[in-house]
Design a protein around this ligand. Structure first.
Ligand SMILES: CC(C)(COP(=O)(O)OP(=O)(O)OC[C@H]1O[C@@H](n2cnc3c(N)ncnc32)[C@H](O)[C@@H]1OP(=O)(O)O)[C@@H](O)C(=O)NCCC(=O)NCCS
Length: 151
């Protein structure tokens, strides 16, 4: 059902539309695209600077999600995972994370991500998949979570 491929320059319009749909939808048209475009520029620079691999997940030829990850020795950092609203709750994130978990189980390291503390749905999903908080002091805006095959 889903395929993954490397992000290419022509995906920029998709990234802006995704950013608008997830984070700027309440703003007036025009303004939201402008802010989303700036955000995409910053994100692309950040991914590049961290040496992360940016991919899109497609249904047929149509991109529906962005997935950015990087190797850190045996460990894996999951840098960004955003799914178009119309394609959420279909198991896409579960599919991607199970793939990461298989990779990490084979290599023996850990997979890590950071999630906003108020993103209850994502945190519950990660917890269901076996991810656990790391060094959580209960106050910071983001919670670091980790998955390893030998917890
Ligand atoms: C959080 C996010 C990445 C999850 O991705 P997703 O593809 O919707 O996740 P899944 O479909 O695997 O699982 C989500 C839900 O669908 C359910 N589900 C899984 N497979 C399903 C299927 N085949 N049919 C119906 N529901 C399914 C899961 O049980 C889960 O239940 P929930 O609605 O109670 O959370 C996505 O919602 C998103 O992009 N959110 C906005 C941005 C964001 O928060 N990014 C994460 C930052 S760390």
């Amino acid at each position: 059902m889903w395929t993954r491929r490397a992000l290419v320059a022509a995906d920029r319009g998709f990234l802006v539309a995704l950013e608008v749909a997830l984070r700027w939808a309440a703003l007036p048209p025009g303004l939201r695209e402008m802010l989303a475009d700036q955000q995409v520029t910053a994100r692309l620079a950040g991914w590049d600077g961290r040496g992360a691999a940016a991919e899109v997940v497609c249904v047929g030829d149509a991109p529906v999600a962005v997935y950015v990850s990087r190797d850190d020795g045996d460990d894996r950092d999951l840098v960004q995972l955003d799914v178009l609203p119309a394609h959420q709750s279909r198991g896409l994130c579960t599919w991607l994370l199970r793939g990461e978990q298989r990779l990490v189980a084979a290599r023996g390291g850990a997979a890590r991500l950071r999630v906003a503390r108020d993103n209850d749905r994502a945190r519950a999903l990660y917890t269901r998949l076996g991810w656990v908080p790391v060094d959580d002091d209960g106050t910071s805006l983001y919670v670091a979570m980790c998955w390893r095959s030998d917890p």
